[in-house]
Design a protein around this ligand. Structure first.
Ligand code: FAD
Ligand code: NAP
Length: 337
């Protein structure tokens, strides 16, 4: 095991923050995890980075940072309607999506081009264009640092919610996710009524719907709309869309009849965090080395040389301003380190 000391994490986070890991180790084999746990010379404190596309480094990272590069995709079972595919957690999410589409396995096409690794997908139950990872995840297997063994969690045991799971709560920092088993469809049901998918399919002249056509449409929309971390550091949506009680929403509607919203169930309504932030005049602002993206108020950006602390401070200012204007406390989606 080759442990590197005092290493910059700049290449390993899409925000482009130049914080250092006290120690860094690349994980390429599951057997390393037991060896790491049993090695008394290694720090007890451990952190895991996949693609680094959902973290904000607000300081140097103490202890041992593990960079996940576990690889492998295996078809483990199939019947007439479905396949069960086991994917190692260090696989790049979008490459797995393309692999599924190449094999004509449906279910993840709407999640095309989401950055990061397969192992982080259950963490926040990644979602886009009306589909969430929880709809296709069968099980998640992880190395448990305290129990010193691999444990497999069923979909139900993962407690998936809106951009949420058990891995953000009870199991936070307690496990290293090693494999995810996905149940994908051989017979496809298409989901095209979210956002601009149908419009994109029409303008591309698609006559026959397929999972490949949907993936291409999602890729085209995302590439035209979302800030590319290679050009400007960011971690996607910094805040979650808040889900509020219907009574609270109805009060807001009196004052802001134009408020964009989507019903969640009989008692709750989702409002758009991006709209709330825009109403507070943050869209496009510049603050030192950081700021809010010009076209996406949900996305905080590194305008060059930002440190994590200043991004965090801007996020705090946004939280407080939105709270005092609308009585809604936004929640950060990005993991703060
Ligand atoms: P990292 O940032 O490396 O890690 C995130 C968290 O998960 C950390 O706390 C880390 O410790 C933990 N973690 C990572 N791997 C493991 C593991 N193997 N075991 C245990 N814990 C682990 N998200 C969406 O849901 N939908 C989107 O449409 C979307 N679009 C995005 C667009 C852009 C431009 C960007 C930059 C981000 C976007 N995101 C989106 C957020 C991000 O891509 C996802 O959250 C993704 O799943 C993060 O994967 P990662 O490997 O980069 O995780
Ligand atoms: P969009 O399609 O312009 O939609 C704006 C917002 O409206 C999204 O936040 C979305 O909520 C919501 N929305 C749109 N249609 C909806 C419907 N039919 N029912 C319920 N909610 C609806 O959004 P965008 O910014 O271009 O992003 C497209 C998709 O990619 C979204 O699903 C978004 O979540 C996802 N995305 C996520 C991140 C991230 O970092 N988490 C970054 C970029 C894009 P939801 O967000 O709840 O879907």
């Amino acid at each position: 095991m080759q442990v590197q000391q005092n290493i910059s994490l700049l290449p390993y986070n899409t925000f482009g923050i130049d914080a250092k890991a006290e120690q860094l180790l690349v994980v390429t084999d599951k057997a390393q995890l037991a060896a790491i746990a049993n090695n008394s010379t290694l720090p007890k404190e451990k952190h895991i980075i996949g693609g680094g596309s959902n973290i904000l480094l607000t300081h140097d990272v103490p202890g041992l940072t593990l960079l996940n590069q576990l690889k492998g995709i295996e078809l483990i079972k199939e019947d007439d309607a479905h396949v069960w595919v086991q994917v190692a957690s260090g696989e790049v999410w979008h490459e797995f999506v393309l692999y599924a589409i190449d094999h004509d396995w449906g279910g993840v096409e709407n999640l095309s081009l989401i950055p990061g690794t397969v192992g982080a997908a259950p963490m926040q139950n990644i979602g886009a264009y009306g589909v969430e990872a929880k709809e296709v995840i069968e099980t998640v297997t992880a190395w448990h640092w305290e129990e010193q063994k691999f444990l497999t969690y069923t979909n139900e045991e993962c407690h998936f919610g809106y951009r949420d799971s058990i891995f953000k709560h009870e199991l936070k920092e307690k496990v290293f996710i090693t494999d995810v088993v996905f149940k994908l469809d051989k017979e496809h049901s298409f989901n095209t009524n979210y956002g601009a998918i149908q419009q994109e399919l029409d303008s591309a002249g698609v006559k026959e719907l397929s999972i490949k056509a949907i993936s291409n449409a999602v890729i085209a929309i995302r590439s035209s709309k979302l800030p590319n971390p290679k050009e400007i550091g960011n971690a996607g949506s910094f805040f979650k869309n808040p889900v509020i009680a219907k009574e609270h929403f109805e009060q807001l509607l009196q004052e802001h009849p134009e408020i964009p919203h989507y019903p969640v169930d009989d008692t709750n309504v989702k409002v758009l965090a991006g709209w709330l932030i825009e109403q507070c005049q943050f869209k496009g602002i510049k603050r030192g080395h950081t700021g809010v993206h010009e076209k996406q108020a949900l996305v905080l950006v590194n305008r060059g040389g930002a440190n994590g602390q200043e991004v965090w401070e801007l996020s705090e200012e946004i939280l407080q301003t939105v709270h005092s204007k609308f009585g809604i406390m936004l929640e950060r989606e990005v993991q703060i380190w």
